[in-house]
Design a protein around this ligand. Structure first.
Ligand code: EPU
Length: 494
């Protein structure tokens, strides 16, 4: 297993180019199983999740070839298929469930393993199944597998709203299945994410008749067959947001090439509120992007992750890492995955002051983050730990970076090009930096230990507080904030 060793405190600077979006590539690749001809896809990122879905498609009889130098991926659909997506593959990646709708629509049968548990919270697929049943599928769950059958699906009115909003991969499944159904389907409370728009554009290029993708009401007029197609995947807005936050956290100056401002409006808005400067920009060779410059003084924020066009839940962990560095009290709430806070205990180990309150994290800053050993629990949590490590004093070791490799193409290499001191090595005791080896005889000088101990105060305990009322009338005890009389900006009395 690999781990990352990061020396923090270096402002990121330079240009970085985005990969194609993981969450657009996966449903598009899955939809290719419903297409009768070749799917030639450009800008597919080189990621562990893409390799896993490639194996799922191959197990279904498709032939997948990829040119790593160009990012081009070609999928030849199967001539015949068992329609079985096995547990061993689906458990490695939930997005494998995206083959359910395409298999059913094109082949009349799908046997897809239920994905099982997930580190970011409860993730049922009831809405996917409800939509497919409305399209005429017969579905039963047996021994951990969804068995779905239909001779020919038919159009239907489908409401896809759930307790936490719509469902992104559920919308993908129903939209693809309805493309081959007889008659018209109208999905209301559809997911509006740019990745759904990209899937709709791919399907339309293959001969589907879809309108309204990108809005909460999608209309699909079913066709008899989808034909071969060429398509370029959109740039990854979550990679863009992650790089923007990393630039802000290190007080850096970065041009993110190919970032699409219209996909990132909520992220741009919250980062500007925090005090980060973001301007549309372009490179000498005419590529457009976003220029992000950090600032020495940042403002706390009250931020909620919501379905698109809100702040994405896939950036909640990274924003939490940034807000740890900001003076004052920040609140971050996740309304999409209310339990997606596995990064918090690891950030606490680095010196952050965060308290969980249901679906929220209340963050007292500025924390003086110090490098240490931390463990990645999931994809976006790993990205948050990388950001914290880039901003921390000293060296950090991040283990289980295979989570990071699932969704970020060459993340460490790209950060290195921006000046970060980041090294990838196999997880082995010998590889640990001297500063993080606990040998019994501490290598840390005594005065350093005392200095760190004197800084440590348990979060939110014994603090002088005054009530602070947020705009919705909910009040929290806010540590007193006083303006320092030197030039180092506001300080929090913690
Ligand atoms: N939900 C239901 N019933 C369902 C489906 C979802 O109640 O049938 C709930 C979920 O439990 C969750 C909310 O609805 O609370 C949203 O879930 P959604 O189905 O939209 O998530 P997803 O489609 O499984 C995609 C992304 C995730 C991203 C979410 C939310 C892909 C492959 N995955 O998952 O990406 O967090 O949408 O935007 O597109 C990531 O990239 O790190 C990642 C987890």
């Amino acid at each position: 297993m690999d781990m990352l060793i990061i020396r923090g405190g270096i402002p990121l600077a330079g240009n970085v180019r985005l990969a194609g979006a993981k969450n657009a590539s996966l449903p598009i690749m899955a939809a290719s199983i419903a297409v009768s001809g070749l799917s030639q896809l450009r800008r597919v990122p080189h990621l562990a999740d893409v390799s896993t879905l490639t194996q799922v498609l191959e197990s279904l009889g498709a032939v997948v070839t990829r040119d790593l130098s160009t990012g081009e991926l070609t999928i030849t659909p199967p001539h015949a298929t068992t329609g079985i997506a096995d547990y061993d593959l689906v458990r490695r990646m939930r997005a494998s469930v995206c083959v359910l709708g395409p298999l059913l629509a094109r082949w009349g049968k799908a046997v897809v393993s239920l994905p099982g548990g997930c580190n970011i919270g409860h993730r049922p697929i009831d809405l996917h199944l409800k939509g497919l049943v409305a399209l005429g599928a017969r579905i039963r769950i047996e021994r951990g597998y969804v068995h779905a059958e239909a001779t020919r699906l038919h159009g239907a009115e489908i409401y896809l709203g759930g307790p936490f909003g719509s469902t992104v991969t559920g919308t993908a499944n129903i939209m693809t299945a309805a493309s081959l159904a007889r008659g018209i389907t109208r999905i209301s409370a559809a997911a509006c994410e740019p990745e759904i728009v990209d899937l709709g554009n791919y399907l339309n290029a293959a001969g589907a008749r879809i309108t309204g993708h990108g809005t909460p009401v999608i209309e699909i007029e079913g066709v008899d067959e989808l034909h071969g197609v060429e398509h370029e995947v959109i740039p990854d807005r979550i990679e863009a947001g992650t790089m923007m936050i990393a630039a802000a956290a290190t007080c850096g100056d970065v041009l993110i090439e190919d970032a699409q401002p219209r996909h990132l409006s909520a992220v741009i808005d919250i980062l500007r509120q925090i005090g980060v400067t973001i301007e549309p920009s372009s490179t000498n060779d005419g590529r457009t992007g976003l220029h992000v410059s950090g600032a020495a003084y940042l403002n706390p924020a009250d931020c909620t992750a919501l379905p698109y066009p809100g702040v994405p839940t896939d950036l909640q962990a990274q924003l939490t890492a940034l807000l740890c560095l900001v003076p004052g009290i920040s609140v971050i709430t996740d309304k999409v995955f209310p339990d997606r806070f596995m990064h918090v205990p690891e950030l606490l180990r680095m010196g952050a002051q965060i308290r969980r309150e249901g679906a929220s994290a209340i963050i007292a800053g500025p924390a003086h983050l110090s490098g240490t050993n931390v463990m990645a629990s999931d994809l976006r949590a790993s990205a948050a730990l990388v950001i914290a490590a880039l901003a921390a004093e000293g060296e950090s070791v991040i283990r289980r970076v295979y989570h990071l490799d699932r969704g970020y193409e060459k993340h460490d290499e790209k950060l290195r090009q921006l000046g970060a001191q980041i090294q990838r090595t196999t997880d082995h005791p010998e590889a640990l930096p001297e500063s993080l080896r606990m040998t019994g005889e501490s290598t840390m000088e005594q005065h350093k230990i005392e200095e760190i101990s004197s800084r440590f105060t348990p979060p939110f305990q014994n603090q002088p507080t005054k009530p602070h009322f947020l705009s919705d009338g909910y009040s929290i005890a806010r540590p007193m904030v006083s303006q320092s009389d030197d030039s180092s900006g506001p300080v929090v009395d913690l």
